[in-house]
Structure formats: structure tokens, C-alpha cells
Ligand binder design. Structure first.
Ligand code: NAD
Length: 260
């Protein structure tokens, strides 16, 4: 039961972040949503959350590439709520390209959104969390934080970095009731992954079903997607009292990929 807890989920207008936000709201948490949505879409999403889950919800249109916007958002949230209880650093972007052709601005954006944004949210959330001596920080990494892959230099670098950040923050907070952990999903069917299926379909002249099978066959032994609900369930577990001593893990949920 997360009633009375306040949760910020970055990148919660789509995909995994939206599923995590729904799960936390269903458990009674007050929700702060974030993402690159226009005002009308954000309003509609907030209204839908209030109606479905009956919890307070607000939207923060912070562009996570911009440290000053993150600082302003965090100051506003600390002021409004005293402290965040749950911080889920979920927003992430992908770009697939060999390193020689990797656009420099895509690299910079990826470092900013997938890695630096978590540094900024955590450093600005922690003082108020420490004052209350309770907190849950969950970072959405990837099996790309545990394995390399050709074409994913930028993504791999950021996700390995995010896991390193997770471990060190967990150690810095180890004597407190604040925990910091990472989730490492394998393939989950979201817009971010559909783009990779579309690229594969175009490259190899396949239809959507065949391209999807090929993508899963690339490295998911189960041959199935991990579901949004399963990832959300793991995040909820990290927020529960049973997870009080789960600290600094990079927990794979990947249909067996990292077992190989
Ligand atoms: P998605 O594209 O569906 O959602 C990404 C979210 O991040 C959106 O809400 C988007 O608005 C937000 N976002 C992007 N750039 C932003 C910015 N500059 N500022 C604020 N918000 C921004 O992606 P997803 O598949 O749900 O991915 C969510 C997280 O899970 C990412 O960190 C991704 O790397 C990770 N992940 C996904 C998979 C997968 O198979 N889908 C696997 C492993 C890890």
C-alpha cells in the first residue's frame, strides 16, 4: 500500500514509465507524471489517472536534457510535498548506429536523458529524502547495461553508467531507509522497441510479424516480450517493505537473455 507516498516517474507519458505510474497510482501513491507530451495530452492523462485511481496527480513538462529545468522541477516538488518518497528515473531514448556514423548530437542527448538526468534528480531529491529517512529510487536501466551490442554504443554506455550510478548511490545511502536499485528489462513492446522492429522490417524486407520474431530471436531465449505489467510489478516490489534490504542491484527481467 503506497497511500500517502509521492512518486515522480520520469518519461511516464508512454511505455514502461506509464505502466509503472499506473501501478503506483493503483497502489494509492500520489503521482507526478513527466514526459514530452503537449499540454492537452498531459491534461487528458492526468484526468484519466484521477478518474481511474482516485489519487492526486500532476504533470511536469520538464525536458530532461536540460539540467536547469530538472533543478526547477525538483525544487518545485520538494516545496510542494516536503520530499519525494519514490523517484523512478525511467525516461530514456535509443539510437542505433555504428560508432563511426553515430550523430554527435544524438550521443549528447542520450547521455543527458539516459544518464545525467538521473544524476540531477537523485542529487536534488536526496537531501529531503534523508531528512525524512525514507525513500525509494528506481532507475530503468536495461540488459544493455549488462551486455554490449554492436550498433548500441551510446545506449550501452549510458545504461552501464546508470547501473554504476545506482550502485554508488545505494552505498552512500546504505545506512538509511533509502534504497536505490536498477531494473534491467529485456525486450518490452513499447514505441521505443517498435521503432527498432520497423527498422529491421525495412532493412530485411520483412512484414511486422516476421521482423518482431527476428528481433526477439536476436537475444531473448523465451521468444516472448517481457510485459509492461511485469516490469511495473518489479518496481512496486522495490517500493515495498520486503525490499528494504535490496540495495544497489541491477535486476534483469529479460526472458533469460543474461543467463546465457
Ligand atoms: P518510450 O519511448 O515508450 O517512452 C519514453 C518516455 O520518455 C516518454 O514518456 C518520453 O516522453 C520520455 N522522454 C524522452 N525524452 C525525454 C526528455 N528529453 N525529457 C522528458 N521525457 C523524455 O520508451 P520505453 O520503451 O517505455 O522506455 C522506458 C525506459 O525503459 C527507457 O529508459 C528505456 O531505455 C528502458 N528500456 C526499455 C526497454 C524496452 O524493451 N522497451 C528495454 C530495456 C530498457
Amino acid at each position: 500500500d503506497l497511500s500517502g507516498r509521492v512518486a515522480l516517474v520520469t518519461g511516464s507519458t508512454s511505455g514502461i514509465g506509464l505502466a509503472v505510474a499506473r501501478r503506483l497510482a493503483r497502489s494509492g501513491a500520489t503521482l507526478v507524471l513527466n514526459g514530452l507530451a503537449d499540454a492537452a495530452a498531459a491534461d487528458a492523462l492526468c484526468a484519466e489517472f484521477r478518474e481511474t485511481y482516485g489519487v492526486p496527480v500532476r504533470f511536469q513538462p520538464c525536458d530532461l536534457r536540460k539540467p536547469a529545468e530538472i533543478e526547477a522541477m525538483m525544487a518545485e516538488l520538494n516545496e510542494a510535498y516536503g520530499a519525494l518518497d519514490i523517484l523512478v528515473n525511467n525516461a530514456g531514448i535509443q539510437h542505433v548506429s555504428q560508432i563511426e556514423a553515430f550523430p554527435v548530437e544524438k550521443w549528447d542527448d542520450m547521455i543527458a536523458v539516459n544518464l545525467s538526468a538521473s544524476f540531477h534528480t537523485i542529487r536534488t531529491a536526496l537531501p529531503a529524502m534523508r531528512a525524512r529517512n525514507w525513500g525509494r529510487i528506481v532507475n530503468m536501466a536495461s540488459i544493455s547495461g549488462l551486455r554490449g551490442r554492436a550498433g548500441k554504443t551510446g545506449y550501452n554506455a549510458t545504461k552501464h553508467g546508470l547501473i554504476g550510478l545506482t550502485k554508488s548511490v545505494a552505498l552512500e545511502t546504505a545506512k538509511t531507509a533509502i534504497t536505490c536499485n536498477a531494473i534491467c528489462p529485456g525486450w518490452v513492446h513499447t514505441p521505443l522497441v517498435q521503432k527498432q522492429i520497423d527498422a529491421l522490417a525495412e532493412r530485411d524486407g520483412l512484414d511486422n510479424a516476421a521482423a518482431t520474431d527476428r528481433l526477439l530471436g536476436l537475444r531473448q531465449p523465451s521468444g516472448k516480450f517481457v510485459t509492461l505489467e511485469q516490469i511495473a510489478g518489479l518496481c512496486e516490489f522495490f517500493c515495498s517493505p520486503d525490499a528494504d534490504e535490496v540495495r544497489g542491484v541491477a535486476w534483469a527481467m529479460d526472458g533469460g537473455t543474461t543467463a546465457a
